[in-house]
Design a binder for this molecule. Sequence first.
Ligand code: ADP
Length: 432
Amino acid sequence: MSKTLSTVFIWALISLAIGLWLGAATGWGVFALGLLLIVFIGANQLKKIQVWVRNLDAPPPPSVGPWDDVLAPIYRKLKQSRLEIHHQDRHIEGMMMAAEALPDGAVTLDQNLHVQWCNKSACQHLGLNLATDRQQSILNILRSPEFARYAQAQEWGQSLVLHTHQNGDEKTLQLHLTPYGLGQFLLVSRDITQMEKLETTRKDFVANVSHELRTPLTVLLGFLETLREMPADSIPAEQRERYEQMMLEQAQHMQAIVADLLTLSTLESSPSSEHTSVAVPQLIEQALIRAHALSNDQHVFVTALDDRLCIDGAETELGSAINNLLTNAIRYTPKDGTITTSWFLNNDGSATFSVQDTGIGISPQDIPRLTERFYRADKGRSRATGGTGLGLAITRHVVSRHQAELEIKSRSGAGSTFSIHFPKSRVRFLDS
Ligand code: ADP
């Protein structure tokens, strides 16, 4: 402004000098002309500023006279604010992305428990859809009396465990409501379905092991008490021998259960470390020697093995799986039945070990559950033949540790075929 005033003042002095020299009228005329020019230039500068105001992203117009000093700091301030906003946007964006990536669900609610925002996990856990559920009461979305009671009790020190059904799936959620800010609430959800299942499996397992060990222990204790209570000479030698034999069998059964449990626990807890080219035909031959002994010449054995075919894997584990399948075939096949053992290369380069028997077979509803720990289709025969109920569970672990597949084909009364299919990547050939 001071620039404009000094220009007007200088122009007035010049006009005064011209007026003194050429007469007052000329002086006033020159002064008026000067003023007009100043107004015109000012209007032009204002026009440029108006254009700039419409697009504040561009730098201010150059040469706008006295406005130069005003526009430059405004533009600097604008640029700085824009940078700060950009940083804050990036920060908020980062926070939102972190909230989205959370494995836990997060829902923000207003003071009336109306949904404001939620992340992806919350959508999955609670079946929320932000497009339609924003501003809806969470009590209307999560239609559960338990949750309504929890939300209204206003005592949120503890989480709520909620069992829900979604698209036919049962889910167990852990929900926690926390007040924050000015009357807002944060609802955190966690899917604990898997954790709950594992806990149930663990409890079942402990109950099963106790039950499995209790039976032989009770028998063993019974005999021991009888022997202790009866005078030594009152038991005929033959009967004593029978008792001892039975006690030995029970102790051996317990030993077998513990050994299988240890094998299972090793398979479940350790990564498969052993990796060599395993001569499977030799393992099968060794298992067949044991099988013949177990069969006591009561079965017919048919064998077809590809002698060159090896597997990249863990020898002890493979030996145990082969042994389990062969032992089962004998135990579940009555006298004179046939056990066919095959080991061959398939057209696609994969390899298959299979044990076929003509035994009692398995009914269709039992087949999917056979590899569960302690699951027995034929309880009586399993126990009578010293089965632990863990053989196929061990086999399943070994099979999956070799990226192989266990196939069970069977019909009640019509025999069974248990096959292990090894992928091509595991197949090796013995150098001839
Ligand atoms: P078990 O020690 O009881 O044999 P497994 O885990 O080896 O335990 O097998 C589980 C169940 O599968 C057995 O109890 C039996 O009912 C059934 N089974 C396994 N192999 C055969 C087979 N070859 N024929 C008929 N049933 C079988």
